[in-house]
Design a protein around this ligand. Structure first.
Ligand SMILES: *Cc1c(COP(=O)(O)O)cnc(C)c1O
Length: 361
């Protein structure tokens, strides 16, 4: 078999090898059906069991109760920037947003088209190098909901625990750290995550919504934009992205086989610590770009003493099979995305590579 590289891309990102091999095996003729998943009806028996299993496995992974609906939609996390306010902003017609990076800003932009947006806190004037503290949040107890971004893919910061928002419904964009650890779903009214960072191919977005929130969706909404329609139709109001849901389902099974999310979290802590500890040990040759207590376990952002060296290391890394390390243009430097599927061995090998590069430069 052809050799695989270490893929540090931020998204679309690495998938578990076991999942790719399973999908390859089943691609030509799914379990003796004589056709691939991509070629069969979403209303048929086979796909029905695929989507039901994906739903059940996700419930197992996160202990999601019957109080919640799970939706598999399209339009990426970006469409959720609109669907969240369109469905949930009534009746207060105002919502609280915590701004911690590029993606939160984009969420705010769409919410403003629907109603009034209160920026509860923003770390933009510090170039988003940290997550705000609880005591900085200027929450409005009459807001329709509070929206936050659990992991900031571009800047490399992450909430260690969710903000405390009292009785106001909490909404989370978890696109880039979904399923990296167990979260207490009962604290949330809605969680959404585009698949291409941590759970599958681009094209699927998972929405977990508490059922009482569905009552807010107005009948006057465009049909596809209405959560209640999707919930009432089991995510099959229209043709869902069948292949993407199938792959996400395989990833859920992979996570269960790996021992569930507590095991995955341990592994993620180990990987991130390995890399951050080494970066911190180099007397500033490698330097993390964000405040230590806000560091992401998923996207490790760091810089070198100058841009020449950064260009050089990215090129050298690429030639040795470490791919996708160039930082986002708004931060510069390097970004190593080490999502669930990224192997421990890959991080270990990368640290050795960093050591070698430092000693030669
Ligand atoms: C990637 C990303 C998005 C955008 O996802 P699309 O699928 O491209 O719409 C939104 N939020 C976060 C946190 C992301 O990482």
């Amino acid at each position: 078999m052809e050799k695989r590289i270490y893929n540090f891309a931020a998204g679309p990102a690495i998938l578990p090898e076991e999942v790719l091999l399973e999908a390859q095996k089943e691609l030509y003729s799914y379990k003796g059906s004589g056709m691939s998943i991509m070629e069969m009806s979403h209303r048929g028996k086979i796909f029905d069991s695929i989507i039901k299993e994906a739903d059940a496995d996700l419930r197992k992974l996160l202990n999601i109760s019957d109080n919640y609906s799970i939706l598999f939609l399209q339009g990426g996390a970006t469409l959720q920037f609109s669907m969240v306010p369109l469905n949930l902003m009534l009746p207060a017609n105002k919502a609280d947003y915590i701004v911690t990076g590029t993606w939160s800003k984009k969420a705010v932009k769409e919410a403003k088209r629907v109603g009034s947006v209160n920026i509860v806190a923003s770390t933009e004037n510090e170039n988003f190098v940290r997550i705000p503290n609880q005591n900085e949040l200027k929450l409005d107890s009459t807001a329709a909901y509070v929206h936050f971004t659990s992991n900031n893919t571009v800047y490399g910061t992450e909430w260690k625990t969710e903000p405390e928002v009292g009785n106001v419904p909490l909404v989370c964009d978890a696109s880039s750290d979904f399923l990296h650890k167990k979260i207490d779903i009962d604290k949330y009214a809605l969680v959404y995550a585009g698949a291409q960072k941590n759970i599958g191919p681009a094209g699927v977005v998972v929405v977990i919504i508490r059922k009482d929130m569905l009552e807010r969706s107005s009948d006057s909404l465009h049909t596809y934009m209405n959560y209640k329609i999707h919930a009432d139709n089991g995510s099959m109001y229209n043709t869902p992205t069948t292949f993407g849901i199938y792959i996400a389902g395989l990833v859920f099974k992979w996570l269960l086989n790996m021992g569930g999310l507590d095991k995955m979290y341990e592994r993620n802590l180990y990987k991130a610590k390995l890399l951050y500890d080494y970066i911190d040990s180099t007397n500033g040759f490698y330097k993390g770009t964000v405040q230590r207590d806000s560091r992401s376990l998923m996207n490790v952002t760091f810089r070198l003493p100058n841009e020449e060296l950064e260009k050089k290391i990215i090129a050298e890394a690429e030639s040795k099979g470490f791919s996708g390390l160039k930082g986002h243009r708004s931060v510069g430097g390097l970004r190593a995305s080490i999502y669930n599927a990224f192997p421990v061995k890959g991080v270990e090998d990368f640290v050795e590579f960093l050591k070698d590069f430092k000693s030669k430069n």
